[in-house]
Design a protein around this ligand. Sequence first.
Ligand code: DUC
Ligand code: ZN
Ligand code: ZN
Length: 455
Amino acid sequence: MELLIKNGTIITASESYVGDIAVDSGKIVCIGTGLSIEADRVVDAAGKLVLPGAIDAHTHLAMPFGGTVSADGYLSGTKAAACGGVTTVFDYPMQRKGKGILETVEARKALCDPEACVDYAFHCIITDLNEDTLLDEFEAAVEYGITSFKCFLVYKKEGMMVDDGTLVKVLLKAKEAGAITNIHAENPDLIDLNIETFKKEGKTSPWYHYLSRPEFVEAEADKRAVHWAKSVDAPLYIVHMADKEGLEAAIAAKLEGYDIYVETCPQYLEFTCDVYKREDGRNFVCSPPMKGQESKDALWAAVQNGTIDTVATDHCPFQSYEKDWGKDDFTKIPNGCAGVENLYPYMLSAANEGKITFNRAVELCSTNPAKIFGCAGKGSLTVGKDADIVIYDPTKDFTISVSNMHSDYDHTIWEGKTVHGYPVQTYLRGKLVYDNGEFVGEPGYGQYVKRIPKK
Ligand code: DUC
Ligand code: ZN
Ligand code: ZN
């Protein structure tokens, strides 16, 4: 046997119990109590929690965006993931004009493969739905293990947005192929109108980033996407939900029985739009922006009552000098913040503080993303699954600082935040990749996760 983790409190989405986990050939082969099995490595996890590795279903690594490229590439981004207890990341390759889905994904896979320190999967962003070729490619992409596609309902000038007709075609085609459509919901015309007005009035501080994309800008697009998904009865996954009105529309459709899923991110649970009034407000500029207290409260309520399905990060950091491009003009700030290393500690800390259960934290950060996106070997501590395991010390406090993170960025919106409890070890398919503050894995050990379609 490769590994035996003994006496830990094993947490799944539905149960918590003290037990032992035996691992061989990268898989969980046995779970029990008092297992007396010889193993190359025996870990005493008494007093610790033993959790399935988290799946960050939303990252942008080495993403060309905002006139630059996001600061974490596949190496540093996946290293940081491992150190935060994330054993699978989803990245978003972007299909561009005239390009196919498979060639887009394969190009990113070639970059990721030698560097990945954790397992990885791709949602492919569709920006140019060429009727002659691309529509035929959905089946082939699903065959390749890409069972989710993404549409931006915003970023029109950047050439990334799709119109409603294209969205509906993608929804239908994805459904037919057994895949799901992810959407980023904001209304570009409203944003442009607001920006034009603010610029004329000389209102250019980061606070106007929020005011150009307030609650109703997101809610309109959320509701439109929900409307189309309902109309054609196709599965829909709304990424980084940040506003109450859109959240309520998505939950209502879900409760009516539609295949609609909602993701939110730690930044929307922690901060409000007030951060844009701070001196370093530009560092918090991401889209959608953080919203008001009412939205934050609604998101927490949905995290607590089970109507939000996943928490992921939208990890897309930029360096301070790049954020500074927008010091005097918020429209020049590259959009995005860091988060992949903070996701699991943040949600588990919420559990430690009693806001949610540890089981719910596991469900949101691991079990549900595995189920929604067809990662058959991931998301749970059960026999036969990959041995993606986090050992967590619920008594260890940790104050987040850029100096104790493992990414390539030079600042973090999480600076100074103390979380209660912290991962002490991360195993990826049975191999130790993170040990008490240190990355101990190997670039290239991370593998592509070929996903299973829903049909
Ligand atoms: N929003 C961001 O803030 N960054 C990356 C892409 C996105 O939609
Ligand atoms: Zn987005
Ligand atoms: Zn994103």
